[in-house]
Write a protein that binds this ligand. Structure first.
Ligand code: ZN
Length: 455
């Protein structure tokens, strides 16, 4: 059993002071406000529910900063993807694990307790299978085990190279599986996760996108959902919308809502290009909108239709996706700023009135937990102890009233306010640093050097 004492904490009914909580088996077992600290308590200044990072491709962190050079002609998402494919063609399982471990350390230090790893690299370059079909999933598990992050692993079904059942091209060979092969992979990954990872880990499924699957396969793969999360990339780019409309006769979100049993277990990643009708219908479906504002800005995807979506009560969470930069406050602020820049307005993502920071932070805490199948996103008895402590004595926060703290965190603070993070009770960030940071960073440096030498 562990005990934590916080000067202030955000509970479902609002702010509490002098809160002492106990944690056992990864869950919050008691909460007492207006009390005194006791010997042996871990101490926190401001305690918040920690967020789930609902969408990540960890290995892409290794190419951060390498694709910001303008070559002749016009760069686009699709030229970025070309480089990503070439880069990925060289990564070994050992390097994959080292990169994932670094990314998970960075996420934990940023204040995320868990991650949805949207995992689509399964095979060797050229598509030859590893001796174990779950070789690379096991590398992700090892990185999660080493860093203590709460993992929702999302193996990706990627069967076709483009809308209309096109064949996989060279760089996509490493992703390819039929539904039958994929089902075996998922079953095996679930067995290994149950054996090797803590009980809060989950293995859901992720049909990559409508362009990488087909209607029959999508229906078939849902047979192995088992009540676990289903994630899908949906309408990131106008070209994708045009391709799917041309093939299936409906826009991606429109088609999915019409033809798949989309509900609260689903997370639609990058539902960027939606009509008003799609937006209200998706909000009512109960699915989570998986928003990745930093990556969507970096790739030039466009702004999400957030105002209408929140007005219809839609659930949302955030993900660091390409991991070009891992910063929780920046993710939330970029989401709000994308809407302000488009609408020439301030304080946009609040349906009626209230604090933008609270709406964004608490909304993403709830939606992130839902999308990852974690009983978390709130500080409450019985919930997982996914917690983050921040230091409100920082200059950017010290003048703020409690009800302004989340606005300060989202809009004014730097990335150095996090002092501690617990993931299902695992106290892995202490004094602002992950407890295995040094060894994880050293292994990353070795891996990335090898990888660059092989390019
Ligand atoms: Zn993605």
């Amino acid at each position: 059993m562990q005990t934590i004492f916080a000067q202030r904490a955000h509970l479902p009914l609002g702010w509490a002071e002098n809160l002492r909580l106990t944690v056992s088996d990864g869950r919050i077992t008691s909460l007492e406000a207006n009390t005194q600290p006791q010997a042996g308590d871990a101490r926190a200044d401001v305690l918040l529910p920690s967020l789930g990072n609902l969408h990540s491709h960890s290995f892409q962190r290794a190419m951060a900063g390498m694709t910001e050079y303008r070559a002749a002609g016009r760069d686009s998402f699709w030229t970025w993807r070309e480089l990503m494919y070439r880069f990925m063609d060289r990564i070994t399982p050992e390097q994959y694990e080292a990169i994932a471990a670094l990314v998970f350390v960075e996420m934990l230090e940023a204040g995320y307790a868990s991650v949805g790893e949207f995992h689509y690299v399964h095979h060797q370059p050229g598509g030859v299978h590893f001796a174990s079909v779950t070789e690379l999933s096991e590398r992700v598990f090892a990185a999660a085990g080493r860093t203590g992050i709460g993992l929702t692993h999302l193996p990706v079904l990627y069967t076709y190279g483009g809308a209309g059942k096109q064949a996989l091209d060279g760089g996509q060979q490493r992703f390819g599986n039929s539904v039958a092969e994929f089902s075996q992979l998922v079953a095996r990954a679930r067995d290994i996760a149950a054996r090797d990872l803590p009980s809060d880990a989950r293995v859901g499924i992720a049909p990559h996108s409508l362009r990488a699957t087909c209607p029959g396969d999508l229906a078939e793969v849902l047979q192995i959902q088992n009540g676990l999360p289903v994630h899908i990339h949906i309408a990131e780019q106008p070209k994708e919308v045009a391709d799917i409309s041309g093939w299936l006769g409906a826009r991606p979100v429109e088609w999915l809502l019409e033809n798949a049993p989309v509900d609260s277990k689903w997370c639609l990643i990058h539902a960027t290009h939606m009509t008003s009708a799609e937006t209200s219908r998706m909000a009512r479906s109960g699915a989570v909108a998986g928003l990745c504002p930093i990556t969507e800005a970096n790739l030039g995807d466009g702004p999400f239709n957030g105002v209408e979506y929140l007005a219809h009560g839609g659930a949302f969470g955030v993900g660091s996706d390409s991991n070009v930069r891992i910063s929780l406050p920046e993710e939330l602020r970029t989401l709000e700023y994308s809407q302000r820049l488009r609408d020439l307005a301030r304080n946009v993502l609040v349906p009626r009135e209230g604090s933008v920071g609270e709406t964004l932070y608490l909304g993403a805490a709830k939606g992130g937990a839902q999308a990852l199948g974690r009983d978390a996103g709130r500080i409450e008895e019985g919930a997982l102890a996914d917690l983050v402590a921040i230091d409100s004595s920082q200059p950017a926060l010290c003048a703020l009233k409690p009800e302004q703290l989340l606005d300060g965190l989202c809009f004014a603070a730097g990335d150095d306010t996090v002092t501690d993070v617990w993931s299902a009770g695992r106290h892995v960030v202490q004094q602002g640093r992950h407890i295995a940071r040094d060894s994880v960073v050293a292994a990353y440096r070795t891996a990335i050097k090898e990888l660059l030498n092989s390019l």
